[in-house]
Design a protein around this ligand. Structure first.
Ligand SMILES: [Fe+2]
Ligand SMILES: [Fe+2]
Length: 190
């Protein structure tokens, strides 16, 4: 089996994905998300190329097996990636930068569409075999991979830069409180 996104626990680990966590930090979260995008896209591209090179007509058994494995990946590891973004990363950004609200709403809508397409893929793979079903599978996978590509691009462009600012925000607010008043004691002793 090919590489699978490794999110260690069965469900997202909030501490590990928190961009303000002092151990993992914004750059750790950004690197992890980017690396998962890369692995997911490489996998999606292999499926896309396989289907394109297969040409018209009925799919072979090996192609069906690859699609089943891709569907399981989407509903498992990739679902955990999206859940971690929705439950940890997006809320932290939204809390700190309310102006990102509309962007994050669109990214969440992409997630919903990607989830629906992944479930459609799983359903179609279990439907009665035939040329019509294989045509629908082909179109669905092409659309899904294209949406995924656009989504990753939008996410990296719109969100990743803000993760760095998120890390800077708490330090800046601490600094703004200013120094303690110890230096004025000397003057008070006159
Ligand atoms: Fe992502
Ligand atoms: Fe996402």
């Amino acid at each position: 089996m090919t590489a699978v996104i490794r999110l260690r626990p069965a469900r997202p680990d909030a501490t590990d994905m928190d961009p303000t966590n002092e151990n993992t930090g914004a750059s750790g979260t950004r690197a992890r998300l980017r690396s998962e995008h890369g692995r997911t896209l490489r996998r999606a591209r292999r499926v896309e190329e396989m289907l394109r090179s297969g040409g018209a007509g009925r799919m072979r058994a090996v192609e069906h097996r690859s699609l089943r494995s891709f569907a399981a990946f989407l509903l498992g590891a990739y679902e955990r990636h999206m859940s971690a973004e929705e439950s940890v990363v997006f809320p932290r950004l939204e809390q700190e930068f309310p102006e990102l609200g509309e962007t994050l709403r669109r990214l969440r809508a992409d997630h919903d569409e990607l989830r629906a397409m992944s479930r459609d893929l799983e359903r179609l793979l279990s439907a009665a075999p035939g040329e019509r079903r294989d045509e629908r599978l082909f179109v669905l996978v092409m659309d899904l991979v294209e949406l995924m590509r656009l989504h990753f691009h939008a996410e990296e462009q719109a969100v990743f830069g803000w993760l760095g600012r998120l890390r800077a925000a708490p330090a800046a607010s601490k600094r703004s409180r200013g120094p303690r008043r110890a230096p004025s004691r000397r003057r008070a002793s006159h």
